[in-house]
Design a protein around this ligand. Structure first.
Ligand SMILES: Cc1cc2nc3c(=O)[nH]c(=O)nc-3n(C[C@H](O)[C@H](O)[C@H](O)COP(=O)(O)OP(=O)(O)OC[C@H]3O[C@@H](n4cnc5c(N)ncnc54)[C@H](O)[C@@H]3O)c2cc1C
Length: 410
């Protein structure tokens, strides 16, 4: 049986798959291997001590105490997946096909890197009491009492995490000031005209958004800006981005990019034999978009593992070239995005951004390449399929919010 053949090494010993990182991408890899019929040993190693959990609820229900945790509903024992939690992998010796850990070497036949990303630290803020990051369950648990005590909070960074944290902190009754170095929220992600209505959401929620504001230093109780202003801060939450957690791979021979990502190929294989990379730690070349993508969103940590698991299970590499998708819940709105708008030549509005629900479509040479939907999930669902299909659309019909997006196809 082909299943048997691919589960075994040449010497008939079952191939051992080891996955490093027990977040979304690591767990999905292990589960997808079983779904694909891989019957050999699968070991999932994670540095955090907690049962593997999902991150999006950390800045939403978990932060507000509406959910205790967000553990994945996966029966690892029933799937015969060996979990090794609270174990930090410190090195990779590719020639020996071994990982280094404080509990001794771990051998592998196939290795999947799924170590995710680490939040960037605001220089000079390390060790200052009251300064927080929001990446882990422990971070969210440390932040819950901050919200409960209704501290004056300063959020550094008006990105996705900053917006979601601000939403939760306002809901909890905190006074919130958001300090953003760029001239608008989400400056690295969205064009100015699309981000402009989002800036208004901060004010509407009662949060103060200071744009063009740079942090000079953080002291207990205050954030000092470079223009001399001091903002009182019972707590400071830093949300200024994340970087692939790949420091432990230095010297291993795995190729890394300038952004710290494992530079995987179009099938998510790394520069070393028998080693794949998935999720937030890996970038991949997209033929669809003609550039290398590093995607830090949940859907990428679901789809990439499926491609890798299929390849490991039957030995046939799968090309991974997704249409990226993500969502965010902020200021009472459901924001969704599919595609990649770099290189678009036309931007269309469907609806009025002053209203509760609206959509933006990006076109390139008449083809829909990206969709951002605020409170219009049907636009997103239809738009995502059209982006995947490379559909040409009629810009006049697409700009009419009463016309279903799929009816605008030429
Ligand atoms: C607060 C928050 C809210 C989010 N909300 C959304 C959202 O609404 N929508 C959306 O699309 N995306 C969201 N995301 C992004 C999404 O959660 C990530 O893209 C996804 O978690 C990536 O999964 P991953 O498995 O690649 O990485 P991670 O989830 O970071 O998991 C990696 C794991 O590897 C472990 N690890 C790292 N190094 C080692 C090592 N050397 N040895 C052993 N283990 C190691 C880490 O401890 C970690 O547990 C959010 C992220 C955060 C932090």
């Amino acid at each position: 049986m082909s299943e048997q053949r691919w589960d075994r090494t040449a010497g008939e010993r079952p191939r051992r798959v080891v996955v490093v990182g027990a977040g979304m991408a690591g767990v999905q890899t292990a589960v997808a291997l079983r779904e694909q019929g891989f019957a050999g040993p699968v070991t999932l190693i994670g540095a955090e001590p907690h049962q593997p959990y999902d991150r999006p609820p950390l800045s939403k229900a978990v932060l507000l105490g509406k959910a205790e945790d967000s553990a994945f509903d996966v029966d690892f024992e029933a799937l015969d997946i060996t979990l090794r939690l609270g174990l930090d992998v410190t090195g990779l010796r590719a020639a020996a096909h071994e990982l280094d850990t404080p509990e001794g070497p771990v051998p592998y036949d196939v290795l999947v890197l799924a170590t995710g990303a680490e939040p960037l630290v605001l220089p000079g803020s390390e060790g200052v009491p009251g300064v927080h990051l929001l990446r882990t369950l422990d971070d969210a648990e440390r932040l819950r009492p901050v919200l409960e005590r209704q501290h004056d909070v300063v959020v550094v960074g008006a990105g996705w995490i900053g917006a979601e944290f601000t939403t939760a902190a306002r809901a909890a009754g905190c006074a919130v000031t958001v300090v953003e170095a760029a001239g608008r929220p989400l400056a690295g992600t969205l064009p100015a005209e699309v981000a402009a209505p989002m800036a208004a959401w901060y004010a509407e929620s009662g949060a103060a958004l200071l744009t063009g504001a740079r942090v000079a230093r953080v002291e207990p109780g205050a954030v000092h800006l470079t223009d001399g202003r001091a903002v009182p801060a019972g707590a400071v939450i830093v949300g200024i981005g994340a970087r692939p957690a790949t420091g432990w791979l230095a010297g291993s021979g795995i190729a890394l990019g300038p952004d710290g990502s494992v530079t995987a190929d179009s099938s998510l294989r790394t520069s070393l034999p028998d080693v794949y990379a998935v999720g937030d730690c890996a970038s991949f070349p997209s033929a669809r978009y003609g550039e290398r993508l590093l995607v830090h969103h949940w859907d990428n940590a679901l789809q990439g593992p499926r491609a890798v698991a299929a390849a490991v299970a039957d030995g046939l590499p799968r090309t991974y070239d997704p249409v990226p998708y993500f969502w965010s819940e902020q200021f009472g709105r459901f924001v969704q995005y599919a595609g990649h708008h770099a290189g678009a030549d036309t931007l269309l509005w469907r609806g009025d951004p002053a209203e509760a629900a609206w959509t933006v479509c990006w076109l390139r040479a008449g083809v829909l390449v990206a969709v951002l939907a605020v409170g219009r999930p049907r636009d997103l669902a239809q738009g995502r399929k059209l982006v995947e299909a490379g559909a040409r659309i009629d810009p006049v019909r697409a700009a009419d919010p009463s016309v279903p997006l799929r009816s605008a196809v030429l």
